[in-house]
Write a protein that binds this ligand. Structure first.
Ligand code: OGA
Ligand code: MN
Length: 291
């Protein structure tokens, strides 16, 4: 296995490994270390079936089964399907996942460790891939916060709410998703996490806030919380922290959901098919008792 750093602060390619084969312990550990260090890693030219993807991702922790999700591999609810394709009048997958800046599962008591995506069909136009996935580096964003803010926010917590992203999609992106029912809201109540997490792989602090789900800094008065969140959202999205994965068919893309935030770029049309299979690894192995 060969790890080739991308040159920036995020992104590496991992070559000479076949993810359809069971993962050796040493490779597992090396991938975990690469994920901490580079935030986003890609494995080009993989040929996987859904059970391979599940077996690979499952080595890193418990896989999320999203009960609200209608699109998954038959018999394998851990393998979600993201797609804009329609077959026999039925959507093949979830068509608008992640289309603004967010962190997967920050709204959940057990947060996400890593999302593992396998790109099967990638839209192309004029020789360029569309539907890129963008990332921003939360180790760097933490490091460069003003000292006074690091001190002020130390030990504080943020409320994350699933409904924030949901309502933003309805309001701003023309999504046809219906409002969450009271029952769905009850099943996904807002949760709190530290503003600064100690990253379980790197041992360094990361800024654990994101525009998609973060709604309130609990220990600050309402107005100060709004002001600080607004600052954090702008700070964490500065161009210098960004990285963009340009997909190729056969890529497995794996990212660190604590050390990065991400955004799915919706720049392709309904007649430009995108098909991705996805396994979300929860951080239960790293935070068995929550922080
Ligand atoms: C996700 C997500 C990005 C993409 O699956 O959580 O944000 O590019 N996907 O599909
Ligand atoms: Mn996502």
């Amino acid at each position: 296995m060969k790890i080739v750093a991308g040159g920036g602060s995020l992104g590496a390619r991992i070559l000479d490994i076949d993810l359809a084969q069971p993962l050796a312990e040493a490779d597992h550990r090396a991938i975990e270390a690469a994920l901490g260090r580079h935030g986003v890693v890609s494995f080009p030219k993989q040929a996987l079936q859904a059970p391979h993807l599940k077996a690979f991702a499952g080595r890193f922790g418990t896989l999320e089964v999203n009960v609200a999700n209608m699109y998954f591999e038959p018999g394998l609810p851990e393998v979600m399907i993201l797609s804009n394709m329609v077959e026999n009048g039925k959507p093949v997958g979830l068509s608008d996942a992640g289309q603004d800046w967010h962190t997967d599962m920050s709204y959940s008591r057990t947060i996400a460790f890593s999302n593992v995506l396998y790109g099967i069909r990638i839209p192309m136009r004029d020789g360029k891939s569309l539907g890129n996935t963008e990332f921003s580096n939360m180790h760097a964003a933490y490091d460069e916060l003003p000292d006074a803010l690091k001190t002020e926010l130390d030990g504080m917590t943020i409320t994350h709410d699933f409904n924030k992203f949901w309502e933003m999609m309805r309001r701003e992106k023309g999504s046809t998703r219906p409002p969450l029912t009271e029952e769905q809201k009850r099943r996904k109540p807002p949760v709190s996490h530290p503003v600064f997490l100690t990253h379980p792989i790197t041992g360094r602090k990361v800024l654990y806030a994101n525009p998609g789900y973060s709604v309130r800094i609990n220990e600050l008065p309402e107005a100060r919380s709004a002001e600080v969140l607004d600052f954090l959202f702008r700070h964490q999205l500065q161009e210098k922290y960004r990285y963009r994965h340009q997909w190729q068919e056969g890529d497995v893309l794996m990212w660190d959901n604590m050390g990065t935030i991400h955004n799915a770029v919706a720049d392709y049309r309904p007649d430009e098919p995108r098909l991705i299979k996805r396994c979300q690894v929860m951080a239960d192995r790293y935070f068995p008792d929550q922080y």
